[in-house]
Design a protein around this ligand. Structure first.
Ligand code: GUN
Length: 286
């Protein structure tokens, strides 16, 4: 048996097309600002893709590219200006930031109502409490991919490998919200292979190329691979050894073409959600 492929590219394209139709019917254009600081090459690619996808969906999008030498007060001043700009519904500060800028200080400065990444403590707190808010894009993409695969988290043993605030923790909370029995494994987990083998749903978000081997995947398990890593030979690979995992898994996301496109689709959806919520009388997400 070989695993079914979960096609994130196709699902993301469908969701973006559906969103474009919704946006076209709105009496206003939701506005997104993507902020990039410095010259991290991967960030350059991500930011361009986000900006292009936003325009294709009919959003009013602009990328603000600041020099590497930008100071923290300068970046904070920009964030506050965007917070106060009524034409701006969503603010995304691409990470990583240069080392001399405190990421937390910048993320905390973003108006939670415009925090389309869902990284602000208010939105992370809402997620932990199971309240409406803006949910981080990649973990939301993970949940949509499970749904696409016809895999319900309810009652399932889910193992999330990785505990970052961007992916691992929020993915674990979303799975818990979907009634999975969730284990969060990480670099200090004693027997990672054994933990992974217990998973009916395995979410890999460690950021290390092909770290999760094929025989760590239980027969028939659903594998969602969040990793995007470039090997020394220049190949793009996930956190899961894909070819090895194929004969074990029931369904698996490819890299590229799995989670990556979903992150962007969810960012656009979050921007529209933020735009609608900001215009609603109660100013609540959801
Ligand atoms: N860097 C890597 N992934 C992300 C993301 O989802 N959002 C932002 N802002 N930066 C990132």
């Amino acid at each position: 048996m070989t695993a079914r492929l979960i096609d994130g590219k196709a699902l993301a394209a469908r969701r973006r097309a559906a969103l474009a139709e919704r946006v076209a019917a709105l009496p206003f254009r939701p506005g997104l600002r993507v902020v990039r600081v410095g010259e991290d090459p991967a960030s350059g690619v991500y930011v361009r893709n986000k900006d292009r996808a936003a325009r294709e969906a009919g959003l009013e999008s602009e990328t603000l590219h600041l020099p590497e030498a930008t100071t923290e007060p300068e970046l904070l001043a920009l964030v506050r200006r965007l917070n106060d700009d009524p034409a701006v519904d969503g603010i995304l500060v691409q990470l990583p930031l240069p080392a001399h800028i405190r990421t937390e200080a910048v993320l905390d400065a973003i108006d939670p109502a415009k925090d389309v990444d869902g990284f602000h403590p208010v939105n992370q707190g809402a997620l932990a409490l199971g309240r409406p808010g803006l949910v981080p894009c990649t973990p939301r993409g993970v949940m949509l991919l499970l749904e696409e695969a016809g895999v319900s988290p309810r009652g399932a043993r889910a193992v999330v490998v990785g505990r970052s605030t961007i992916v691992g923790k929020p993915a674990a909370l979303l799975l818990l919200g979907g009634d999975a029995t969730v284990t969060v494994a990480h670099s200090r987990t004693r027997d990672l292979a054994a933990e992974c083998r217990r998973a009916e749903i395995l979410v890999a978000a460690v950021g290390r190329a092909e770290m999760i081997r094929g025989d760590w995947v239980a027969p028939g398990a659903t594998v969602i691979d969040v990793g995007i890593n470039r090997t020394a030979e220049g190949r793009l690979v996930g956190d899961v050894a894909f070819a090895e995992a194929l004969p074990h898994a029931g369904a698996i996301t490819p890299v590229p073409g799995g989670v990556g496109p979903m992150t962007i689709a969810c960012l656009l959806e979050n921007t529209v959600q933020a735009a609608l919520a900001r215009r609603a009388p109660t100013r609540q997400g959801g």
